[in-house]
Design a protein around this ligand. Sequence first.
Ligand code: SAM
Length: 327
Amino acid sequence: SGSFTDDYSIHKTNDDATYCKRAAVQLGYYDDPFINRFVQASSSTNDMPIRRDPEISRGYWARVKAFRTLIDQFLQKAGPSCQILNFGAGFDTLYWRLKEEGAKFRRYVDVDFSSVTAKKIRMIRKPGKPDLVSIIANDSSTELYESGHTDLHGGDYHVVGADLRQARELHEKLVAAEVDFSLPTVIVCECVLIYMAEEQSASLLKYLADSFPTVCFINYEQVNLSDTFGAVMQRNLNTRGINLAGMAACQSLESQKKRFLENGWTHAEDWRMDIVYSQHLPKNEVERIEKIEPLDEKELLTQLLEHYCMVVAAKDSAGLGLDAIKF
Ligand code: SAM
C-alpha cells in the first residue's frame, strides 16, 4: 500500500525521530541548539524532558555522531564547492549545526514529503531563538523565496517537497533548488529507504548515480531483520501502521551493499552499528555518554545496534578520494 500516496504513518516516523533526538539532547548526550525549534508547540511537555529508554538515547547519540564523522570527512575531501542533500530529512537540524560550526559548502537541500516540508518551513519561519531564518539569510543577499508553502529557497539553504519514489518530481525539485549536478555531492539518508519498495530505492540510487559524476551516499537504517529480534522490531512498527516496504534490502549487510553496486555505484562499504559503537566512535565520548543514564542490561543496547547499519557508497569521477570515507 501507499506506493503512490503520501503515506501518513510514514511521515509520522519523523515525529518519533525528532522526539528521540530531543530527549537525547535534553539529557546531554549531544549538543543541538536547534532541535527545540522543531518540536511541535502543541505538546504540553515542551519544557519537560521526554523519557526514552537509555539504550534508545545511546543509539541516537551513536547515529548522530556516526553521521557527523562521515559527513566531516566528505566536507574535507570535497572542499567548499560541495553540496549536501538530505533525503527524507524530516526536521533534521544538520544545516544549522553545520553553519554554526562554520562548515563550508555551496548548497544544502532538505527533501521530504511536501506535508513534512510545509511543517518544517512553518517552524523555520516561526520567531524564536535561535533564529533559524537569520542563519540562512546571513550569507545571502537574496530574500527567502517560498513556493507553494512546501518549498523554501534562500541563499545556500533549500527545502523541497518531493516523493523520493517519483524520479521526475524529485529531479524537478532538485533543479528548482539550483542543484549543480557537476559538483561533488553527498546524499545523507537517515532511516528512509526502508519505507520504499526495493525496486523504488534501487531506481532512486540508479537515478543518482546516473545524474552525479562525483557523489557519495551515506545510508543509515535497519538491517538483519530476519532474526527473532528483527521480527520483533518489524512487529512494533507494523502495529503503528508502518509498512516496511523496503525490508528486502534490509535483510543483510550484503543486500545493503549490493543495492548500490548493482545500480551504478562503484564503491560501497558497510558497518553494523554495534561495531561502529564499540570500535569506531571516540572511547572517551562513549565513556561520557554511558555515565548519563545507567543501563543494567548492556545486551539490550548491543542487540539494538546489531540491527542498524551504515553504508557509505561512492562514485568518484573527479578522483577526490571519496572511496576512502570510512570509520
Ligand atoms: N532523517 C530524519 C531523521 O533521521 O531524523 C527523519 C527520519 S524519519 C524515520 C523518515 C523520514 O523519511 C520521514 O520524514 C518521512 O516523511 C521521510 N520519507 C519516507 N519515505 C519518503 C518518500 N518516499 N519521499 C520523501 N520522504 C520520505
